[in-house]
Design a binder for this molecule. Structure first.
Ligand code: NAI
Length: 342
């Protein structure tokens, strides 16, 4: 099938071309992000492949539909960038890659914790300037500390296991707690408020939905332990970035490791080194020595890229053959939390 791949980088192209040897689709790569303006590039294609910062809103989907697109194959686990309701109305089906490597993302979350806690990013810069002093680089033992995992799906569980392996006490929160997982690993599900106030490290692994937007807001930050580390590899808008700025300025938060950012669209994945950064909140976040930002790279391992390519192309093949789309996402699947729990 003819597939228009948007927001393509070299690593995407390499992985998709390699996997395509088995499928034989006709792949056309566009560097442009998918937006209402670029959607017409897909005219005549029955399927498009999108990534996390593509804008697959109602306007884009309408333009895609006019051009003949009937499938959006998102090469991501998250699908908050796709207007599923509009897709349903327009008769466009949507697939995603629910599981490509939970290890890639969980391990990156742990890397952010370790780097922040032991100030590896600062030590790296220091010694390159022949500054071998240790002042300001004191961290803490992770063993014995309390780690809060928000969202115990595929990625959150792997993260919980790793922290458990470090000797941490692991607290979990999920709208769908899993008692078997709780028993097996010896973790404990607690209400979100308790997780916020008891954890030395909090790592976010829930999808972005209307119910999880700004899950970490000013009130949540005020509950958190003085000096705790906040890690986000989920989606940027899980955290109210302005409230985070204030919490960092006041010293309430000990550090933040952010692989995702609320307004990352149009910034992350791009080389803007020759330009002036227009986002004042991000620019301010980047001035803190205790904030570590990576550009949505938690997924970026060889294993994950190969699995993403394989799964995406398999969805396109199933669609072409009229077979069931096992990785289809529909509007009615978006989970809303119980009202009392936010
Ligand atoms: P998953 O679907 O396996 O797990 C999500 C968990 O969140 C489920 O257990 C679900 O019950 C829970 N949940 C859903 N809504 C909730 C709510 N309102 N309150 C509390 N819990 C809720 O998803 P997976 O694979 O673990 O991925 C999690 C998220 O990580 C994705 O949605 C995506 O946004 C993000 N992600 C980020 C990547 C990166 O490169 N930074 C790569 C892959 C995923």
């Amino acid at each position: 099938m003819r597939l228009a791949v948007f927001d393509t980088h070299r690593y995407d192209r390499d992985a998709l071309e390699k996997a395509n040897a088995r499928f034989g689709h006709s792949l056309t790569f566009f560097e442009a992000r998918l937006t209402p303006q670029t959607a017409r590039l897909a005219d005549g294609f029955p399927a498009v492949c999108s990534f996390v910062n593509d804008k697959v809103d109602a306007a884009t989907l309408a333009a895609l539909q006019v051009g003949g697109v009937r499938l959006v194959a998102a090469r991501s686990a998250g699908y908050n960038h796709v207007d599923l309701e509009a897709a349903r109305r327009l008769g466009i089906r949507v697939t995603r890659v629910p599981e490509y490597s939970p290890h890639a993302v969980a391990e990156h979350a742990v890397a952010l914790v370790l780097s922040l806690n032991r100030h590896i990013h600062r030590a790296f810069a220091r010694v390159r300037d022949w500054n071998f002093s240790l002042d300001g680089l004191v961290g803490f033992d992770l063993a014995g500390k309390t780690v809060g995992i928000v969202g115990t799906g595929r990625i959150g569980r792997v993260a919980a296991r790793i922290f458990h392996g470090f000797g941490c006490r692991v607290l979990c929160y999920d709208v769908q707690p899993d008692p078997a997982f709780e028993r097996e690993l010896g973790v404990r599900y607690v209400p979100l408020e308790e997780l916020f106030s008891a954890s030395d490290v909090i790592s976010l692994h829930v999808p972005l939905t209307p119910g999880t937007r700004h899950l970490v807001d000013a009130a949540a930050l005020a509950r958190m332990k003085q000096g705790m580390l906040l890690i986000n590899t989920g989606r940027g808008a899980l955290i109210d970035s302005r409230a985070l700025l204030e919490a960092l300025k006041s010293g309430r938060i000990g550090g933040a490791g952010l692989d995702v950012y609320e307004e990352e669209e149009g910034i992350f994945f791009q080389d803007l080194s020759g330009q002036v950064l227009q986002d004042d909140v991000l620019a301010r976040l980047l001035t803190f020595p205790n904030v570590l930002v990576t550009s949505h790279q938690a997924f970026l391992t060889h294993e994950a890229l190969a699995n993403i390519a394989e799964s995406t192309l398999a969805s396109v093949q199933a669609f072409e053959r009229g077979e069931p789309l096992v990785n289809e996402v529909r509007a009615e699947q978006v989970i809303r939390p119980p009202t009392a729990e936010r």
